[in-house]
Design a protein around this ligand. Structure first.
Ligand code: HEM
Length: 419
């Protein structure tokens, strides 16, 4: 029997996919993405469970996956077929009740409750909080001025900014917000497709504490007459009933974690990218008016959600591939963002690029609710950080988030503030 060129390309693409799907920090997944897109842009994956099915790496196909209602989110009923034992994970059991994993009518109900809190008008009210927080963080960083010790920019700026915003959105005191963020960071691997047994154990431990912390928060707010994000989610999930609160607690956990871990990840990646491209950093430093297009390009270049997963609900075609109902389909959003058919010279960072239109916030029914907020925070921080520390440089190679296959980011970003 002869092996066709087609079979060989498929086998090679699978090897690159296996390289990607590892529970480790990955400094650069983009070479693997390129190879998969070149060898088999619609790849039939032989990997087990949710990693099986098809893997898409072209921009056009990923956009189709996000927008076509023939594809549904992997909700609890789908999970029962894809991974029969998933309910043994307490954290996953709760998180899969959250908005990001639901389909209509539940998704519609949850989104209608949350969306009014994320409109541009609502977020504009947070502008002064964001500006003041950025100024305070940069002032504290300046206090390091005489020091030649490296500073971890994740702990000093990328994490405290989104945590301060989530504190306000959830109406928390700063100690509670910091503790929820600490636990959220440890629980976030629940959003990843891959985990080592040790990561799984750490996640479960932190997830259990985080679920309890949200239960305490709900109990503390019971009866309060307020119109907040928290009260809207409580109401949409049927009220604070401790005997039946999985959906409520799961949504709060998802919202809080999605709302700061993604942003910590993106801000860290964006600062690293700018430090690796001094000409572009100088451009943004001198032209802060470029912040909106710069943030779009940085989101395209390297962002914190790399993969989305759906399941075909009905027969559907991607290119010449007929996809059967019940098939899992992965969209490699990071690969789509560097697709040369969509973006000329995709590996070049160009902060003046017209309409980079990344898929970094997804698309369609599940388009990121926090996109306006995330853009606002990034546009506030990045130019001012570069202006305040014009000679900032990387002190060492960053440590990447692990696991980081789906939720990508930087764990530690040691910089010299003064070159
Ligand atoms: C740079 C930062 C961020 C990135 C890269 C990001 C990315 C994404 C992506 C790709 C999705 C869609 C996933 C899918 O369709 O499978 C999503 C959904 C979501 N994001 Fe974000 N996000 C960010 C920040 C935020 C913030 C700040 C919040 C809230 C405070 C937030 C809340 C949500 C929610 C609630 C959903 C689910 C929406 C739905 O299912 O209808 N995100 N995000």
């Amino acid at each position: 029997m002869t092996t066709s060129i087609h079979d060989t390309a498929h086998e090679q693409a699978v090897v690159h996919l296996q390289q990607l799907m590892k529970p480790r920090g990955n400094p650069d997944p983009y070479r693997e993405y390129d190879r998969i897109r070149q060898l088999a842009p619609v790849l039939k994956s032989p990997l087990p469970a949710a990693l099986g099915g098809y893997v898409l790496s072209r921009h056009e196909d990923c956009a189709h996956l996000l927008r076509d209602r023939a594809f549904a989110s992997i909700d609890p009923t789908h999970m029962d077929t894809v991974q029969p034992h998933w309910r043994t994970s307490r954290t996953a059991h709760h998180v899969h009740q959250a908005i990001g994993f639901r389909n209509p009518p539940d998704h519609t109900r949850l989104r209608a409750a949350m969306a009014p809190h994320f409109t541009p008008r609502h977020i504009t009210e947070l502008h002064s909080l964001i500006d003041e927080t950025v100024d305070d963080l940069l002032d504290s960083l300046s206090a390091h001025t005489p020091s030649t010790d490296p500073v971890d920019l994740i702990e000093a700026a990328a994490r405290p900014l989104p945590v301060a915003v989530m504190r306000t959105l959830f109406g928390l005191d700063s100690d509670t917000a910091r503790e929820l963020a600490r636990l959220g960071h440890l629980t976030a691997p629940t959003l990843d497709l891959i985990r080592s047994p040790a990561q799984q154990q750490r996640m479960e431990h932190a997830g259990t504490q985080l679920l309890e912390a949200f239960r305490e928060l709900i109990a503390a707010r019971a009866g309060a007459q307020e119109s907040s994000l928290l009260s809207s989610v409580i109401e949409a999930c049927g009220g604070p009933d401790p005997a039946n609160d999985e959906e409520l607690v799961g949504n709060l956990l998802f919202l809080f974690t999605a709302g700061h871990e993604t942003l910590v990840g993106f801000l860290g990646l964006a600062v690293r990218t700018l430090l690796q491209h001094p000409d572009q950093a100088e451009l943004l430093r001198n032209r802060p008016d470029l912040a909106p297009s710069a943030v779009e390009e940085l989101l395209r270049y390297d962002s914190s959600i790399q993969i989305t997963v759906r399941m075909a609900q009905q027969p559907v075609h991607i290119g010449e591939h007929a996809i059967e109902p019940g098939t899992t389909v992965l969209g490699l959003l990071g690969a789509a963002n560097r697709d040369p058919d969509r973006t000329p010279e995709p590996h070049v960072l160009d902060l003046t690029r017209a309409s980079p239109s990344p898929l970094s916030f997804g698309g369609g029914a599940h388009y990121c609710l926090g996109s306006f907020l995330a853009r606002t925070e990034a546009q506030a921080l990045l130019p001012r950080l570069l202006q305040r520390f014009p000679h900032m440089s990387l002190a060492r190679a960053p440590t990447y988030r692990s696991p980081g296959t789906t939720l990508r980011g930087i764990e530690h970003l040691p910089v010299h503030l003064h070159g």
